[in-house]
Ligand binder design. Structure first.
Ligand SMILES: [Zn+2]
Length: 439
């Protein structure tokens, strides 16, 4: 056998090494999850290299805006009811205030919002008041839906929301923000299930008769109360998702031991970026949540997202509180309004950026994979504190672009937009259909 001429040998070796590096890139590409910097680098390199880059480019031809309108977008926390309770506006038309209305939701591709049935902790002092407000806010949501049947529809289950999506309607699901609405009675859980409540945030800013709160330094229950511990299996049995946003860390770990179905954090971000802020979830908690199949729905509020923004807010609040104490005036007085205006002229408010928001998604993805993160914006609930580029429900395409930019595939994005939360909701529905009768 004749040895190969030297030149041919070199050519073949170069071709071979090119081929090998291509295979290596493909392996990296298929193994790494979205948000992995290696993958982004791999894709960039490929796009400058060979014809295989076309395949990748082809799968990315949909724009962020196309993706927003192709797939269901679920946002698990929007505070429309309480906003309208304070100042009514017709959200089927363009509204002056707020972060949600029909035209902006359509523009952004929003399909399902969990209307937050928010019950302020101060009502807990008066028995019956929380339940009364909950029923009233649910009436309000139903009224908005029935008044515009060509735009909105209620969605108490995943089947209905999928049917609504096909008809081009925006679905209203409902979550109760503060289990105080149950007034400490299990029979009220059935009542609110029948009214369409599909998740309950166990507590809000103060400990209640179910759970301690992350915001409340007094940990009255050492986690969950005896009633809280009875409530979790009942929520599982009926098909009401357990929401761990707002509760204390101790309560979270107890929920994780008790719940037979995956749980959600309807509007929380990663504590990694805001050390010591118990309202956000630590890495250890996110890992445990994911291990049990759950999902963290990222809150967009700037103080949840960026430590700089939180520091700015805390400094502002201290100055305002000092002014109020010194002049003996209330927060809604004209004097405070003048003070705030002058303060903000001197010290402009610090908002989070879109990169800051995307960093939270990436952090969760790197920690536990793309199957455990979604959207819980807190629109209409965090006042004027939303990040630049993410000010209202028309902005989901900006978020999608950010996810594509860190290397998320269309399939990954779909999971974040709705796939993950719908997986959990369906699991909760299935568990309930198997267990509802057994008592
Ligand atoms: Zn909240």
């Amino acid at each position: 056998m004749n040895p190969l001429p030297v030149a041919t040998f070199y050519f073949n070796r170069r071709t071979l090494s090119k081929l090998l590096s291509l295979i290596l890139l493909l392996v990296i590409f298929s193994l790494s999850g979205c948000g992995d910097t290696n993958k982004t680098a791999a894709v960039k390199e490929k796009n400058t290299a060979t014809e295989t880059s076309k395949d990748i480019k082809q799968s990315n031809t949909l724009t962020a805006n196309d993706i927003a309108h192709k797939y269901i977008i679920v946002d698990t926390h929007i505070d429309v009811p309480y906003r309208l309770e304070e100042k009514y506006e017709d959200v089927s038309q363009t509204t002056e205030d707020g972060n949600f209305d029909y035209p902006r939701a359509k523009k952004g591709g929003l399909d399902v919002l969990f209307m937050s049935i928010y019950l302020p902790a101060k009502l807990q002092k008066t028995p019956g008041k929380s339940k009364e407000l909950a029923d009233h806010l649910i009436d309000l949501v139903e009224k908005i839906a029935t008044q515009s049947p060509d735009k909105f529809a209620m969605a108490p289950d995943t089947k209905t929301l999928e049917a609504n999506f096909k008809k081009g309607l925006i679905s209203f699901a409902m979550g109760m923000e503060n289990g105080s609405g149950l007034e400490g009675k299990l029979e009220n859980l059935q009542h609110f299930y029948d009214r369409g409540i599909r998740y309950i945030t166990l507590a809000h800013s103060k400990a209640n008769n179910i759970s301690d709160s992350s915001y409340d330094p007094e940990k009255l229950n050492h986690g969950l109360s005896a009633f809280g511990k009875k409530l979790i299996p009942e929520m599982n049995r009926l098909g009401v998702m357990v929401d761990v946003s707002h509760i204390s860390d101790e309560a979270f770990y107890q929920v994780m031991e008790l719940s037979q179905t995956p749980v959600i954090a309807s509007h929380s971000s990663a504590r990694f970026f805001t050390p010591g802020f118990e309202r956000n979830m630590s890495d250890e908690m996110i890992k445990l949540l994911a291990k049990h199949g759950g999902v963290i729905q990222i809150n967009f509020g700037s103080t949840f997202i960026s430590q700089k923004s939180a520091d700015d807010y805390n400094t502002f609040k201290a100055a305002r509180d000092a002014f109020m104490a010194k002049n003996n005036v209330k927060q809604d007085s004209p004097e405070v309004e003048v003070f705030v205006k002058a303060y903000r002229e001197k010290h402009p408010q610090v908002f989070a950026s879109m990169d800051d928001v995307i960093a939270h998604f990436k952090h969760v993805i790197d920690l536990v994979g793309v199957e455990h993160v979604g959207i819980g914006s807190d629109f209409d609930g965090v006042g004027d504190s939303l990040p630049i580029g993410l000010k209202d429900v028309s902005a989901y395409p900006n978020l999608i672009q950010g996810l594509l930019d860190i290397g998320c595939s269309e399939r990954d994005v779909e999971k974040i937009l709705s796939g993950n939360i719908l997986r959990v909701w369906k699991q909760v529905e299935n568990y309930a259909s198997e267990h509802r009768q057994t008592r």
